[in-house]
Design a protein around this ligand. Sequence first.
Ligand SMILES: [Zn+2]
Length: 279
Amino acid sequence: MDAIRRYDRRLFLSCAGRAGLGVVIVGTTAACATDGAQEVSDAAPSTPQPATAAPAADSSAAPLSSEAPASAGASEPAVVAFDWRRVDLGFVSAYLLVKENQAVVVDTGVDGSAADIEQALTALGLGWYAVDHVIFTHDHPDHIGSSTAVLEAAPDAQAYAGEADILSITSPRPIMPVGDGDEVFGLQIVETPGHTPGHISVLDRAGGVLVAGDALVGAADGGQVAGPDAAFTADMAMAVSSVRKLAALEFDTVLFGHGNPVEEGAGEQVDALAERLSG
Ligand SMILES: [Zn+2]
């Protein structure tokens, strides 16, 4: 059950010094490479540092959500199924991106959200042991409020964020800066600055799922995708550019920090949004 996890850990360690290179599982052996079927992790080494504390607020919860399956191969060990879970914290959402028996945590909600994230892991038959990667889309308190609790619960997990936001994220360990060209456990990192200077989004190309953080906002009723909220966005012009950048990507599902996921036709909605905002 821990095979994938062990491979990834070894890969990550063995390739950690090879910035910018993807990592590929080839059969039952692992190797660093620049391309391949299953890029598992990639990263530039870093020496970021923890910073100021992240405040808190409420949290309610209930894991829910749906899935976006990809192929799962039994004979070929490198084929990795993909799934996702929303951790609905009421005001804001965190997400689990799941491949085989590993879960990447994207955002950690407000302070006090770790139990809800754990509950979502448990519902999948997993636990904190299955979390080797925690990605922060940006440094707002409702996305990083439980950063320390999550990273202490998953002591082997590496944390990642956009470089410009790292200093304001509290972490018991250094956070690795990531941006365009980086992948984390096969997930493509997309720089989407504007809402915050270091905002990043996360794309699973195989599953067609984009985690947009606050670069996009979902409608409360699951309707139209909207652009970032100007009241909470540092640089709207830059944020609109980031919406255009996201529109150029291929995906069907978008997961937001705020609002319900759009599970079908999300790419077309973001295309239309980019045109409206640019028009
Ligand atoms: Zn935000």
